[in-house]
Design a protein around this ligand. Sequence first.
Ligand SMILES: CC(C)(COP(=O)(O)OP(=O)(O)OC[C@H]1O[C@@H](n2cnc3c(N)ncnc32)[C@H](O)[C@@H]1OP(=O)(O)O)[C@@H](O)C(=O)NCCC(=O)NCCS
Length: 241
Amino acid sequence: MNTAKALLKASLGITSFLKIPIVEAQPRPASATPIMVPIRSIGPREKGRIENHLLALDAQDRYLRFGYAASDEQVRRYVEGLDFERDVLFGIYNRRLDLIAMAHLAFAPADQPSDCAEFGVSVSKHARGRGYGARLFERAVVAARNEGVGMLFIHALSENAAMLRIARKAGAKVVRTGSEAEAHLRLPSATFDSRMSEIALQQFAQLDYHLKTRAKQFWAFLEALQEIRSGVRSARDHSSP
Ligand SMILES: CC(C)(COP(=O)(O)OP(=O)(O)OC[C@H]1O[C@@H](n2cnc3c(N)ncnc32)[C@H](O)[C@@H]1OP(=O)(O)O)[C@@H](O)C(=O)NCCC(=O)NCCS
């Protein structure tokens, strides 16, 4: 599926450029009505969340994600070495603002062809099969396109059926060499539409994040209030004759 088609599928139907990724919140039949998933850019202040998300992946998932079974130390070094100036990271958060899925769009370093980028992704085990991996890929494609990337690379192991399916469905060419598979996707040039899509996607995700932040703060306030109330109640019970 090409970007335009994927985004069209995700369209809110308001204008041609207001296109929001949509996914199933839980694994459910294709006939069910999809819901929207906000995908937000991740900044350097969220290194802790990235680390928590990646450290929670088991050895097999780390092997699929990084191409080797990264140790905790290697995961921490990867997070520490992230270049937020050059690359783009995207995340999907739950209501507690934990990162439950993330993608890393790595642009070429200065000495490499500037129109190439690499895509890496991971989804927490409990959140798989809801379309998050595919939506993050679509989101990365929009961003890459708008940054002038003409070729997007995905390094996957041949056994990684889910990742290869995402890449193939997007139209990527997959070349297998033994246990490894290299997929690359040619991207069309940026258009006014693709740029406006990205702005709309970012604003939608930002709004969602603010709402979740406020809800989380309010729940914390209510919990504190509850503790004070029960403290007062038990003090009253103890002091009454
Ligand atoms: C690969 C990964 C990101 C997929 O995430 P996900 O959110 O579960 O994927 P989606 O729900 O978007 O599914 C994508 C497609 O793969 C299919 N799929 C999912 N799991 C599958 C599996 N185990 N076998 C075959 N196909 C599978 C889905 O049915 C879907 O296809 P469809 O659109 O035709 O229905 C996730 O499994 C993961 O984090 N794995 C560990 C890290 C990793 O492998 N990263 C990729 C290399 S960088």
